[in-house]
Design a protein around this ligand. Structure first.
Ligand SMILES: CC(C)(COP(=O)(O)OP(=O)(O)OC[C@H]1O[C@@H](n2cnc3c(N)ncnc32)[C@H](O)[C@@H]1OP(=O)(O)O)[C@@H](O)C(=O)NCCC(=O)NCCS
Length: 167
C-alpha cells in the first residue's frame, strides 16, 4: 500500500525496533521503549505495521507505526504514531486502514481504543473510522483522562463501504 509516491506500509519487523523506539522518543511524552516494543512484537494476537518514507534518493526511514491487539471479537488499537513533520499527509489513514484489515483477518468484529481527552487531533482522526466516544477513564494518564472510543460491526458491508471511501 502506498501514500503518494514515497511512503510504503509494511509489517513491523524486529530489526525496525531501534528506529521505532527513536521515533517514539522524539514524538511521545511517555515513549514506548525498545523493551516494550520487543514484548509487543513477541506477543500473541498482535499486528504491527510500519510506515516508511522511501526518500528522494532511495534512503528509507521509518516515519510512523501502528499496532492492534485482538481478543475474541474485539480489536484494540495499542499505538498509532506519525512523526510530527510527516503529519497531515494521509500516513495515519493508511496505517489505520492496514490495522483494520489486520483486525478483520484475525476475526475482530468491533474496534476500540483509548485516547487522551485533550488530544483533539487524534479524536478528529479516529472519527473518520467511525470511532465514537463511549466513556471516560478519569485520570488514566495522570495529567489527563482517557476517552474510550468504539465502533461496532467493522465486518459489516456498511463499514466496508466507509473504508472504501477513505481509500
Ligand atoms: C493522530 C495521528 C496518528 C494522525 O496522523 P496523520 O498522518 O497526521 O493523519 P492523516 O494525515 O491521515 O489525517 C487524516 C485526517 O484526520 C484528521 N486530522 C489529523 N490530524 C488532525 C489535526 N491535528 N487536527 C484536526 N484534524 C486532524 C483530519 O480530518 C485529516 O484529514 P485532512 O488532513 O484531509 O484534514 C498523528 O496526529 C499523531 O501521530 N499524533 C500523535 C500520536 C497520537 O496522538 N496517536 C494516537 C493516540 S491513540
Amino acid at each position: 500500500m502506498g501514500v503518494g509516491l514515497m511512503v510504503e506500509i509494511r509489517p513491523f519487523e524486529v530489526d525496525d525496533i531501534p528506529a521505532v523506539a527513536a521515533l517514539e522518543a522524539a514524538n511521545q511524552p511517555q515513549p514506548w521503549t525498545e523493551g516494550i516494543l520487543e514484548d509487543e512484537l513477541a506477543a500473541e494476537n498482535r499486528s504491527y505495521l510500519i510506515a516508511e518514507d522511501e526518500g528522494a534518493f532511495g534512503l528509507a526511514g521509518v516515519i510512523g507505526f501502528a499496532g492492534v491487539m485482538v481478543v475474541g471479537e474485539e480489536a484494540h488499537v495499542t499505538n498509532l504514531l506519525v512523526a510530527e513533520e510527516d503529519r497531515r499527509r494521509g500516513v495515519g489513514k493508511v496505517l489505520m486502514l492496514g490495522l483494520v484489515d489486520a483486525a478483520l483477518e484475525m476475526g475482530a468484529r468491533h474496534l476500540t481504543l483509548e485516547v487522551r481527552s485533550k488530544n483533539e487531533a487524534a479524536r478528529s482522526f479516529y472519527a473518520h473510522f467511525g470511532l465514537a466516544p463511549i466513556g471516560v477513564r478519569k485520570g488514566y494518564y495522570g495529567d489527563d483522562d482517557a476517552l474510550i472510543m468504539w465502533v461496532h460491526d467493522i465486518d459489516s458491508e456498511t463499514y466496508a463501504q466507509g473504508l472504501e471511501a477513505i481509500r
